[in-house]
Design a protein around this ligand. Structure first.
Ligand code: ADP
Ligand code: MG
Length: 333
């Protein structure tokens, strides 16, 4: 037996790191990794992820069983830009979906290491793994004629127009924050690796899954898979994970404390404890923007409708209170 193994087995189990009954699927927003105004250097991203890991560790040390998912919009967009730049030097470009898989590994690795460290410093020795996921999508769905998912950095209107003319890309203004490229965002239908996800959870392993919504793939009549150039909304991917594993709570952590109605209008109002019927009405009335708050609210609605107990949308700083339904937009039946 190697010494590390011996050490792990002889360490008395830390009482505060035993999982209780509650399973929470946490969906981490872009700000868990990259903050507004930052350039996105490795050290900036790692610092943010360490802060995120500290928030997640609080939940684990309270006995909550976590399954972690995360966004990849800025990262997948930048990896794609790196392909474009590399091509000018003769380095072959990889397709967008491969960039998606790269972003799962890149972000997953950082979270995996930071969370492991955070827990071990608290005396809690747990295995954390990233599982590169393939998300089943319909390659002929309507998402492909109407791209909605912003990727990459924010640019000015002038730069956006240049890319639209020169590269034939589609760019849109994103919630008053600037212009971003948009790509098709098909509905996630399930995960190829679902049995592996369930096995890892059952073994009390903390698993990072469906990063960036997972890498979109289509399956033919013989079961054969092929990649699809698109980016799935991580919030919708998180909901499918939560539904399939029968999680109690879907916790969506972003950069605002609450979902709002009349967002950015004078009559703007926070949503706190909300019923399913009420939030469905607001969703239908178009209070939540597509590509940002829209998919979060939709994920919350679908989770509760499929039998989940509680869905919460709040900011990363409020992870623990949010998981208990004490803060944020809390949706129950
Ligand atoms: P994440 O990376 O966490 O998924 P997004 O940018 O996709 O973050 O979504 C969060 C953003 O949604 C907020 O920063 C806000 O600008 C925007 N937003 C759009 N509609 C609303 C709304 N009705 N209430 C609150 N925020 C909204
Ligand atoms: Mg988002």
């Amino acid at each position: 037996m190697d010494s590390e193994m011996e050490n792990k087995n002889s360490t008395p189990s830390v009482p505060n790191c035993r999982p209780g009954k509650e399973t929470i699927v946490v969906a981490l927003g872009g700000n868990a990794i990259l903050r507004p105004g930052e350039n996105g250097t490795f050290s900036e991203q790692m610092k943010n992820i360490r802060n995120t890991a500290a928030q997640l560790a609080k939940l684990i040390l309270r006995g909550k069983r976590l399954v972690i998912t995360h966004g990849n919009g800025p990262q997948v967009g930048r990896i794609f830009q790196q392909q474009e730049v590399g091509a000018r030097f003769g380095i072959p470009e990889m397709p967008l979906y491969i960039c998606g898989a790269m972003s799962q590994a890149q972000i997953g690795f950082m979270i995996q290491q930071a969370l492991y460290n955070e827990l071990i410093m608290a005396g809690c020795n747990k295995t954390v793994v990233t599982l590169i996921c393939q998300t089943l999508v319909d390659p002929n769905g309507k998402a492909f004629s109407n791209p909605t998912k912003p990727i990459g950095s924010f640019y000015s209107k002038k730069e956006a127009q240049k890319a639209m003319v020169e590269k034939g890309e589609i760019w849109k203004e994103d919630s008053g924050r600037g212009w971003r490229r948009v790509v098709p965002s098909p509905e996630p239908q399930g995960f190829v690796e679902i049995d592996a996800i369930k096995l890892l959870i059952a073994q009390d392993i903390i698993v990072i899954v469906s990063g960036g919504g997972g890498t979109p793939v289509a399956q033919d009549d013989h079961g054969v898979l092929t990649g699809v150039d698109a980016v799935v909304e991580k919030d919708l991917g998180a909901q499918i994970v939560a539904q399939i594993i029968g999680a109690h709570t879907l916790l969506i952590l972003t950069d605002v404390t609450n979902a709002m109605i009349y967002y950015q209008a004078p009559e703007e109002q926070k949503l706190e404890k909300t019923s399913l019927a009420e939030i469905k009405r607001y969703y239908r009335q178009g209070h939540f923007k597509p590509g940002s708050m829209g998919p979060k609210v939709l994920a919350a609605i679908r989770f509760i409708e499929s039998g989940g107990e509680k869905a919460v949308i709040t900011s990363l700083e409020n992870a623990l209170l949010g998981s208990e339904g004490e803060i944020g937009t809390v949706i129950t039946r």
